[in-house]
Write a protein that binds this ligand. Structure first.
Ligand code: 5AD
Ligand code: SF4
Length: 556
C-alpha cells in the first residue's frame, strides 16, 4: 500500500474532470489519500488542458509556485498530466525542471507506476547524493518519463486497450468513489475531425469507441451506487458507433473500433445489421436497461452527425434530457471551411430546425434547450463574417453559448498555415458584442420559463447559500467529485456541508431542469424535510422569477 498524500488540480474540460475522478479512484485504491492543500501533499499533480493558451498559462503559473515549494521540500513529486504533457513532452521539463512526471491523457492507467518510480528514485537519490540545483532528480525524471515516451512509440491498439483499463477500473462504491448522484461516463475517446484550430486530435489521439457492454455495465454499477444522472462524454459524442465482432488484433491486442462518418447521422448499416451499435442504439439501451438513471444526457455533439434515428430515440425516451450542446463555431461558410468543420451554415441551421421540430415538447413541460460554442477572431475573419455569426447566434437561440477568442495552438494546421491576423482588440470587441447578444437571448429564454413547472434535480446549496454559510465557493458544476480549478478528492463536492448550521429561515438550494436550466429554490430550513435531504433528488418546481441565466422557483 502506498502512503503518500496527493494534491490534484484539474483544468479544462469535462473529459479532464472525469480523468481526474478516475485517477483519484485508482490512487485511493492503492492507499494514497487526497488533500485540498498543496502544502500538505507529497505528490502534486496538475491535470492540464491545451485547448487555449490561457488554460496553459494557469498551469505554468502553478508550476512556478510549486517550484518554490520544492526548493524547501526536495522530496516533493510533481506531475503534469493530460494534454499539456502530451503536446509539450520533454520540452515541458526543459522549461520547468521542477516536473518529475509527464503523463499524457492516453496513459493515465500508468500513473500509479510513474508516481511510485519517481518517489523511489527520488528517495534513493536524496539519500545517496546531495541534490544540487542542476542535478537533483534527473534519473527520477527519466524513469517517470517513460510513460510519455511509450505513448509515442506505442500502437493505437495498445493505447486504446490501456485506456479501457482505466475506465473499467472505476471505483463506484459510494464510500470510496462517487461523490454524488451525478456522474460522467466516457463512451468515445479522441477525435478524428481535425478542425484546423484544435489540438484535441493530437493530444487525445484517434477516435476509439468503448464497447456498449462496458458502458452499460458502468452505468448499472453507478446506478447501484446511488447515481441518478449520467452525462455521456465524447469529443464528438453523437459519432459513437461500435461494430461488434469485427475487432481486429494488432500484435495480439484487440483494436477498438473506429467510428465511421455517415452524412446526416448514423444509420444502421444494412450490411452489418444488428452487429453495429449506433449512438441511437446506445442511448436506447442505457435508457431501457438502466431505468434507475433518471436523467441521461450527452456532450459534446457534432452538428453533422445528428441523424433522425438519434432524435427519434430521444423523443421517445422520457429519461433522456432535452438538452443538446451543439457547437457551430462560426456563422460564416468561409470561416467554417477554413476551420475544416465539415458543414455549411445551412446544414447547421437544418440540424437545429430538426432538433427543435422533434424534441421541443414544451406542451408537456419539456422545452428543448440548446447550447453552443463560437470562436471569434479566427484568422481572416472580417466584420461581415462576424455579422453572420451574430445572425447565427440569434437564430439558434441557445440558452447559453461559450464564446472563445481564437487562440493559435502550436501543432495545429491553422497555427502552421494561417497567420493569426485579427488584432487582439478586435477579438475582444467581437467577443464582448457576442456576449451581449447571447445575454439578451439567455434573458429572454429565462423569462419565457416564468410560470412553467419543471422537475428539478437538486444539486446542493446555491452559490449564495454557500457564501452565506461561509463555505468555500469554487468554480465548477458540482456534478462530479472534482471541481475545475479546485483541489480535489473523493469527498470534495459542491453539496451541503452538514457541519455548518444556518440561522436563516430558508435555505437556498440549486438544481437543474432536464434542459440544463439552473433553478434556485428557497426551502424552509427547519421544515418537515431538511433541505439537505433533497439533494440528489428530483423535485417539482414552479418558476416564479428569472434573472439572466438563473431562475427562481418554488417547490410544488
Ligand atoms: N482557440 C479558441 N477556441 C478554441 N476551441 C478549441 N480550440 C480553440 C482555439 N484554438 C473552442 C471550440 C471548442 C471548445 C471546446 O473550445 O469552440 O468547441
Ligand atoms: Fe476539436 Fe473539432 Fe474534434 Fe471538436 S470536433 S475536438 S473542435 S477537432
Amino acid at each position: 500500500m502506498a502512503s503518500g498524500s496527493v494534491y490534484l488540480e484539474t483544468f479544462g474540460c469535462q473529459m479532464n474532470e472525469l480523468d481526474s475522478e478516475l485517477v483519484v479512484g485508482a490512487l485511493s485504491a492503492l492507499g494514497y489519500r487526497f488533500t485540498a492543500d498543496p502544502a500538505d501533499a507529497s505528490v502534486v499533480l496538475y491535470n492540464t488542458c491545451s485547448v487555449r493558451e490561457r488554460a496553459e498559462q494557469k498551469v505554468w503559473s502553478r508550476l512556478g509556485e510549486v517550484a518554490k515549494a520544492k526548493a524547501a521540500r526536495p522530496e516533493l513529486v510533481v506531475g503534469v498530466l493530460g494534454c499539456m504533457a502530451e503536446r509539450d513532452g520533454e520540452a515541458l521539463i526543459d522549461r520547468m525542471p521542477v516536473v518529475d512526471i509527464l503523463c499524457g491523457p492516453a496513459e493515465l492507467d500508468r500513473l500509479p507506476e510513474l508516481i511510485d518510480n519517481a518517489a523511489r528514485t527520488r528517495s534513493s537519490l536524496l539519500s545517496t547524493e546531495a541534490p544540487t540545483r542542476t542535478t537533483p532528480a534527473r534519473s527520477a525524471r527519466q524513469v517517470a518519463l517513460q510513460g510519455s515516451a511509450s505513448r509515442r512509440s506505442g500502437t493505437l491498439a495498445a493505447a486504446g486497450d490501456n485506456l479501457e483499463m482505466l475506465d473499467l477500473s472505476r471505483s463506484v462504491s459510494p464510500v470510496d468513489g462517487v461523490g454524488g448522484t451525478s456522474a460522467y461516463v466516457r463512451i468515445t475517446r479522441g477525435c478524428n475531425k481535425f478542425c484546423t484550430y484544435c489540438v484535441v486530435p493530437f493530444t487525445r489521439g484517434a477516435e476509439v469507441h468503448r464497447p456498449p457492454e462496458h458502458i452499460i455495465d458502468e452505468c448499472k454499477r453507478l446506478a447501484d451506487a446511488g447515481v441518478i444522472e449520467i452525462t455521456l462524454l465524447g469529443q464528438t459524442v453523437n459519432h459513437y458507433r461500435f461494430e461488434h465482432g469485427a475487432a481486429v488484433t494488432v500484435d495480439g491486442v484487440t483494436q477498438p473500433q473506429k467510428g465511421r462518418a455517415f452524412k446526416g447521422g448514423h444509420r444502421r448499416d444494412p450490411l452489418s445489421g444488428q452487429n453495429t451499435t449506433t449512438f441511437a442504439d446506445l442511448l436506447k439501451r442505457i435508457h431501457d436497461e438502466v431505468p434507475a438513471i433518471q436523467r441521461l444526457r450527452f456532450v459534446t455533439s457534432y452538428p453533422r452527425d445528428f441523424g433522425d434515428d438519434i432524435l427519434d430515440v430521444i423523443r421517445e425516451s422520457p429519461r433522456l434530457c432535452r438538452y443538446i450542446h451543439i457547437p457551430a463555431q462560426s456563422g460564416s461558410d468561409r470561416m467554417l471551411k477554413m476551420m475544416n468543420r465539415g458543414y455549411t451554415v445551412a446544414e447547421y441551421d437544418d440540424v437545429v430546425a430538426r432538433c427543435r421540430e422533434k424534441l421541443d415538447q414544451r406542451e408537456i413541460g419539456r422545452p428543448l434547450m440548446l447550447s453552443g460554442d463560437i470562436i471569434v477572431g479566427f484568422p481572416t475573419e472580417t466584420d461581415e463574417d462576424f455579422e453572420k455569426t451574430i445572425d447565427l447566434v440569434r437564430r439558434s437561440r441557445y440558452k447559453n453559448c461559450f464564446i472563445f477568442k481564437y487562440s493559435p495552438r502550436p501543432g495545429t494546421t491553422a497555427y502552421d498555415k494561417i497567420p493569426d491576423d485579427v488584432p487582439e482588440s478586435v477579438k475582444r470587441e467581437r467577443n464582448n458584442r457576442l456576449l451581449a447578444v447571447q445575454a439578451e437571448i439567455s434573458d429572454e429564454i429565462s423569462r419565457e420559463q416564468i410560470g412553467r413547472e419543471f422537475d428539478i434535480m437538486i444539486e446542493g446549496y446555491s452559490r449564495t447559500e454557500r457564501k452565506r454559510r461561509g463555505i468555500d465557493v469554487k468554480p465548477g458544476t458540482g456534478m462530479v467529485a472534482i471541481t475545475i480549478g479546485g483541489a480535489s478528492g473523493p469527498t470534495e463536492t459542491n453539496g451541503p456541508a452538514p457541519t455548518q448550521p444556518s440561522t436563516a429561515a430558508t435555505t437556498q438550494l440549486a438544481g437543474r431542469t432536464d434542459g440544463d436550466l439552473i433553478v434556485h429554490v428557497e426551502v424552509p430550513t427547519n421544515g418537515p424535510t431538511p433541505p439537505e435531504d433533497l439533494v440528489g433528488r428530483i423535485a417539482r418546481c414552479r418558476i416564479t422569477d428569472a434573472n439572466g441565466l438563473s431562475l427562481a422557483g418554488e417547490m410544488i
